[in-house]
Each structure stands twice: as C-alpha cells, then as structure tokens.
Unconditional design. Structure first.
Lengths: 332, 332
C-alpha cells in the first residue's frame, strides 16, 4: 500500500512536470509569434530602454528557455530572488513569479481566486452527485415505467444543453425578471447568507448539467450489473431484494461514477471557465481567460499548473477509493 | 464481423412478423450482425427521428447560401432601418421577427439572424465532424496499438493519454487559438480558424476513444479466433486489420456519433469565450456571447442560437443512443 502510494506520488510529480514543460514551451513561444516583449509588459510602454533592459535582466528574461524553466521550477520548491545589482526582490516558496500585467505575485493571487472555485465546486458537486445517481438508480430499478422515461428524457435534454445557455436563461428569469438572487459573489467569511444567495443559480445550473450525465451513467451501469451472474447467485441464496441491490449491485455501480466524479471535481476546482464567465464569478477560470487575452505568461502558467494539480490529485484519490468501494480492486 | 458463430444467425426471433413454431415450413433466414442492428434501429422511432433531424441539419448547413438567398438576406448585410438607433436594439417585438426577417435581426447591426444561424451551422458541423474524424483516427490507431502490443508500447501510450486528460483542455484550446495568426499560407481568416478548431478539439478528444479501443483490443487479442488466425500463419497486419478492426467497428461507430455532439458543444464554448471564428463570420457560441450583454432587453437573440445548439446536440445524442442500443450484442 505504501509502495503503491509512493509510486503514484512520483507519477503525479512527473505528470505535473510534463504539463509545466509543455505549457512553458508553448507560452514562451507566444511573445515571439505575436511580437510582444514580456519585459515591456512589466514596465509599461513609456519606459526608456535602460529600464526595459534592467527589468529583463532582473526577471531573468534574458536567459535561455531551459534556464528560465529551471529557475521557475526551483522557485516553486525553494523560492527565488530576483536581483539586479542592489535591487533585490525575494519571492518565497512556492514562488510562481509575478504577473506581467499587475506585477502582483502569482501564488497569493491564485489562493485568492480559488475560494470561488471551491465554493462553486463543493455546492454543485453535492447536488449533482446526490440527485444524479439517485435518479439513475431509481430509473434503473423502475425500468420502463413513466418515471424512468420522464427522468431519462430530462437527463437527455440536460446533456444536450450548453451550460452558458441554461445559465443565461436562468439569469434572465430569476435575476432579471423575478429578482430573487443577486448577480454577485460574496465571500463566505464576509457574509454567509449573501454567499449562499449569490451561488444558488451557478450551483443549480452546473449541477443540472452534471446530474444529467450521472443519471444516465448510473442507470446504464446498474442495469448492466443487475444482469451479472453474481446478482443471480445472491438472489438464489435467498437474499432479500434490498440487500441484493444495496450490498451487491450498488457497489460495482459506484465505481465508474467515482471515476468521472474525480475527473469532474478536479476539473472544476482548477477553474470552471464557462460557469465563471456566464455568472461573472471571479475565480481561476475567469482569471485564466483574462490572462490568456493579455498574454500574461506567469499567471497562465500558475492557473494551468493549479488546474492540472487538482485533476491529478483527484484521480489519485479516486484510485485509492476504488479499493474501499469495489471489493474486486486491489492496489499493487 | 469475423466471429464464425455469428454467421449461422440467431434461431429465435429471427422474423418479427411470424414465429417459426407456427410456420415450420418457413425458411429460417440467417442475418448478419449488421442486419440485426439495422432492423433494431428501424424499430427505434426516437433514434430514427434524431437521425432524420441530423440529416436535415447537415443539408441546411450545406445549402446555407441557397436557403439564405431564398428566405433571408446575406448574413453580413447590415439593416440599419431595423434597429432602434437610441438603444441599438431591434425595433420590432421578439427581436424584430417578421415575414422578411424570419428569426429577427441581431442588435447593433441589424443582420438577418436566420442567415447567421444557418452559416453558424456550417461552422459548427464542419468543426464537429472534422474534429470527430481526427479524434477517431488517432484514437483508433493509438488504442489498437496499445491494446494489441501491450508492454512498454502500452505503458507509453497510456501515460500519454493520462497526461493529455489531465491538461486543462478548455484553457489550452483558448490559448492556442488566440495566438494563431490571421492568415496562414494565403488561406482566409475563417478557414484558418476552422482548421485550428478542428485540430485543437480533435487532438484533445482522442484519448477518450483511445482508452475504449485499447480496452476492447486487449480483450479481443486473447480470443480464440485471433489464436486461430495466428496458428494459420496470419501476419501482424492481417490480425490487426482483418481480425481486430472489424470487431471494433461497432464501438468506434457509436463513439464517433456521440463525440460529435460533444464537439459541437466544445466549438460553441470556445466561440462563447471569444476563441472561435472571428466576426463578421457567424457562429452559435459567438451569438450567445453577444447575447450576454443584452439578454434582458432582447431575449430572442439569446434563445435562438441556444435552441439551435440544443436541437442539433439533442438530435445527434438521440441517434447515437439508438445506434448504441442497436449495435449492443447483449440487447434484444
């Protein structure tokens, strides 16, 4: 178990390294393709030549791509000093550099933004996990009834609707026409009630989309499982139906649900780009789109790594949970 | 399909119109798996309806210039007389719908929404189908290679798929699209953008089908008919293309049909975030993103592209679901 965990953790680090290298490589090329100078982005257009060269040297932009990447990695682990003669700026680990645009440190900026994504992801995921799987399971057990048909039709519509459309429609109705909710995000620590009110619509819109997928998946999987031999055996042993379903069938139904749940949750924590842009929530996804528009490499790097980190960690947790949920899985 | 058992035909339920016990003289007809699937699909009215809508939409996209000339106005032609100059909104009710402008006009410019939706369908279909073709091609080659050869080849390809799946894809796609120059090799702006969208969406889509094909290829490799072929002296290419691939046609076909709606949603999402084709070319996502500013005053302009996406994606999903059920060897 410990050996397995150790191997997986090394794997996580390697994967993050690859993601970092590819992102760095691509966005290192961007200024060359579009003809913008990163040093100029730092100091502004009116700066004189000496100032630009000074900042280029200080931020290490005059070094080769390999050297810059190495300094970036080192910065994450042990921190990094930017110095040009007497002018020294120290950035403590984990250091992801400074934004080209705002000259703010990237790491605190990300920490500041991620709260929105956690709030969004936690509320929505509880909703969709409970509603989606419950609907799917009930539909599978009541296969062919009106209830099954109606919920599966709704689910099919759900997976076919783009979330920025349902989001806009719900905004138009509940915020515009009825005025039930504010179109504003408030920090949980500032005012929990306002936090809740501001997030109800994003939660429901996002959860509806995912719940539809989960309902379809859990229904299909449970129907598959119910056709397995070991379910027939369990019934032949004389087990009561609730025990057959609850103790035998549901366990293996949960495995694929868990897989996509890990991916979906990890993806959301790293920035719900569409939701944030529809509902005007200033989280990581919103920040990412802004930074891409302004070729702000340090912020893009930060957001991408953050997002990849959540996805990889979520996948690792899912694999560990498999062993708990599914008795057939052994970690080795 | 090359499994020898399937050529004898199923004895029961071969003819829906007459049971063989009542008419012993009637010849039992052997049906190929393809024929069985086609018969099942023909009975699935919902899937057929989806298929018909898909064909109509593809035709509408192909003949967009003709339809727009017959029932509308050129997609980029401004009609200032349809716009209230003070508000920048359509004069008439429901977004300016009239017998002349079937789906109204867009805000500010007064361009014909009917024509723009049709031309948007062209972009949507082109990108979705192109990207699906690309994903399926790469996914099948990689999946079959990984599944059949196993060992370090499998380890390498699987790791590659894991890494691609842990990339924040939407962010990457926006970033890549945003650095593409307006003109490459003398091709027009829209052509370049469509090609880039196909490449980006298609490339990030292949690991999903790669995983499915890999799993199938791994289990097929161990089957008796592959052993039989090998013992008869069949070469590697024969086994891959003549023995394995025909058995993979069904899952590949189903997946290809179901990845198209996902691609349509992805293209719309990228356009919504401003990384699609550039104005004045029309796309559905871009229309929705325009609608964000004015959804209160002109809800029609939000509803029409949203419905276009919904109907298209729903039709593809219905047809894909039906196809999957029809091709499922366990179904009846």
């Amino acid at each position: 178990m410990l050996v397995y965990l150790f191997r997986r953790l090394i794997n996580v680090v390697l994967m993050l390294l690859v993601v970092a290298a590819v992102t760095f490589g691509i966005f290192f090329m961007v200024p060359k393709l579009t003809g913008t100078d990163p040093a100029l982005l730092y100091v502004g257009k009116i700066a004189d030549k000496v100032a630009v060269e000074g900042i280029r040297h200080k931020m290490g932009l005059d070094k080769s791509i390999v050297e810059q990447f190495w300094l970036f990695l080192k910065g994450i682990v042990v921190g990094r000093s930017y110095n040009a003669g007497t002018d020294v700026t120290h950035c403590y680990a984990p250091c992801l550099g400074y934004s080209f645009k705002t000259e703010r440190e990237v790491w605190p900026l990300l920490l500041d933004r991620v709260g929105v994504d956690f709030s969004l992801a936690i509320g929505a995921s509880i909703l969709w996990l409970v509603l989606g799987t419950a609907t799917g399971i009930v539909s599978a057990l009541r296969r062919g009834t009106a209830l099954d048909r109606i919920s599966m039709s709704v689910a099919l519509a759900g997976v076919s609707l783009p979330m920025y459309f349902t989001g806009l429609v719900s905004l138009a109705i509940f915020v515009g026409q009825l005025g039930w909710f504010p179109r504003k995000y408030t920090d949980f620590t500032a005012d929990p009630v306002a936090w809740f009110q501001g997030l109800v619509l994003p939660w429901v819109t996002l959860a509806f989309l995912f719940a539809a997928t989960y309902a379809r998946l859990s229904r299909a999987t449970l129907l598959d499982v119910l056709g397995e031999d070991y379910i027939r055996t369990a019934r032949a042993k004389g087990l009561r139906e609730p025990v057959v379903i609850g103790k035998h069938a549901l366990r293996s139904t949960l495995t694929p649900i868990l897989t996509i749940f890990g991916m979906d949750l990890g993806g959301l924590l790293g920035g719900a780009v569409l939701t944030e842009n529809t509902f005007n929530l200033r989280g990581l996804g919103y920040e990412a789109v802004q930074s891409i528009a302004s070729s702000d490499l340090p912020v893009i790097m930060g957001v991408t790594l953050f997002a990849a980190f959540f996805i990889v960690i979520a996948n690792l947790l899912v694999d560990l949970l498999y062993a708990v949920v599914d008795p057939r899985v052994k970690l080795a | 399909m090359t499994t020898p058992t399937e050529t004898s035909g199923p004895p029961a339920g071969a003819q829906p119109d007459g049971a063989s016990t009542d008419l012993p003289a009637k010849k039992i007809e052997g049906r190929s798996p393809g024929r069985i699937a086609w018969d099942r699909l023909k009975r699935d009215k919902v899937a057929l309806a989806g298929g018909v809508v898909v064909i109509l939409l593809v035709l509408a996209a192909i003949f967009a210039p003709v339809l727009s000339a017959l029932f509308g106005h050129p997609p980029n032609e401004p009609h200032a007389d349809q716009i209230n100059p003070d508000l920048g909104l359509p004069k008439g009710a429901f977004g300016g719908m009239s017998s002349e402008f079937l789906l109204g006009v867009d805000p500010v410019f007064g361009r014909d929404v009917f024509s723009r939706v049709l031309y948007g369908a062209q972009i949507s279909m082109l990108v979705a189908l192109g990207a699906a073709l690309l994903s399926v091609s790469i996914g099948v080659v990689m999946g079959v290679t990984a599944g059949y050869f196993g060992g370090w080849v499998d380890a390498f390809i699987s790791r590659l798929m894991d890494i691609l799946l842990s990339f924040p894809q939407l962010l990457f796609s926006i970033a890549l699209v945003s650095v593409i120059p307006n003109s490459v090799l003398g091709l027009g702006d829209t052509t370049v953008r469509v090609c880039v969208l196909v490449l980006v969406i298609g490339f990030f889509g292949w690991p999903y089908i790669g995983r499915i094909v890999r799993g199938q290829a791994m289990s097929l490799r161990e089957r008796e008919f592959v052993d039989a072929a090998r013992s008869l002296g069949a070469g590697r290419a024969h086994i891959l293309f003549r023995e394995l691939l025909p058995n993979l046609v069904a899952p590949i076909l189903v997946y290809a049909t179901l990845i198209i709606p996902t691609n349509i949603l992805n293209e719309a999402a990228l356009s919504f975030l401003g990384a699609g084709v550039r104005p004045p070319s029309a796309s559905w996502g871009q229309m929705l993103s325009d609608a964000v500013r004015i959804y209160q005053a002109d809800p029609t302009y939000m509803v029409i592209p949203g419905l276009a996406i919904f109907i298209t994606v729903l039709a593809f999903n219905l047809f894909g679901d039906g196809l999957r059920d029809a091709l499922d060897p366990k179904g009846n």
